[in-house]
Design a protein around this ligand. Structure first.
Ligand code: 6PG
Length: 231
């Protein structure tokens, strides 16, 4: 089940998402709120909003930040998801190093996927064998991928490890990705999609069209929310 929140602009959608995220943080009885962030271009508006207007409002001290996925490049590379968030947001909202858990895109991918899996499994409460993020923030690619779970790499949807290596089929670039089952076990899952060109794929995903990784995930989530201006 996905609740759809459609807005007239990406900024409005970012405000709506932030309001719901704040409610989740405020309702959580635990001291720490474990939030996994996606990269790509879409969330820039969101991270800019947090840096500009929510610096004093979001209880940053309670947040533990993780990455949903990372491109296998060093942090200073323009395609680094960590680098992007650092430039837009972390350089302005100062969090302690103990709160920011980046994926080392510069390291050997298979070893880094193992290291990050161990780190997450160690820091998060588990439901059965799955670590439970308080919130996973996801984007959707125009090809229907989410996290870095691409069509044709379906074993990652049910992989036993929390993080694994995937390959962007367009570019051949390796990525480290949160796999399907920990997404399905997260306490909250929020999708943020703000590209008008993604309207068609978004409709397929909302229908739960299994052939797209994002549709596979959406059709199996007990509850999720979508914030968009694309519909
Ligand atoms: C990434 C992501 C990815 C993203 C979608 C959408 O590293 O690219 O985390 O899953 O959410 O690809 O990307 P855009 O926002 O750039 O369209």
């Amino acid at each position: 089940m996905i609740k759809i929140n459609n807005y007239s602009s990406s900024l409005e959608a970012a405000y709506g998402l932030t309001k719901v995220l704040l409610e989740q943080i405020n309702q959580s009885a635990e001291k720490n709120f474990h939030l996994a962030l996606s990269g790509g271009k879409t969330p820039n508006v969101l991270f800019r909003l947090w840096a500009d207007e929510y610096k004093e409002i979001i209880p940053w001290k309670r947040l533990q930040l993780y990455w949903v996925d990372e491109r296998c490049v060093p942090p200073e590379h323009p395609e680094s998801n960590y680098g992007m968030i650092k430039r837009i947001f972390l350089d302005k909202v100062h969090l302690s190093d103990l709160q920011v858990h980046r994926i080392h895109g510069e390291d050997f991918p298979e070893l880094e996927a193992k290291r990050y899996t161990a780190l997450i499994d160690n820091l998060l409460i588990k439901q059965g064998t799955y670590p439970m993020f308080d919130c996973v923030l996801l984007g959707i690619g125009i090809d229907g991928h989410t996290s870095s779970l691409f069509s044709g790499q379906d074993s990652l949807l049910t992989a036993p490890d929390t993080y694994a290596v995937s390959v962007n089929p367009q570019t051949g670039q390796k990525r480290i990705t949160l796999t399907g089952l920990p997404i399905l076990h997260a306490k909250n899952v929020i999708f943020f999609v703000t590209d008008k060109d993604k309207a068609d794929i978004l409709k397929e995903v909302i229908k739960g069209e299994d052939k797209y990784p994002a549709g596979y995930i959406v059709s199996r989530l007990e509850k999720a929310e979508l914030f968009t201006d694309s519909l």
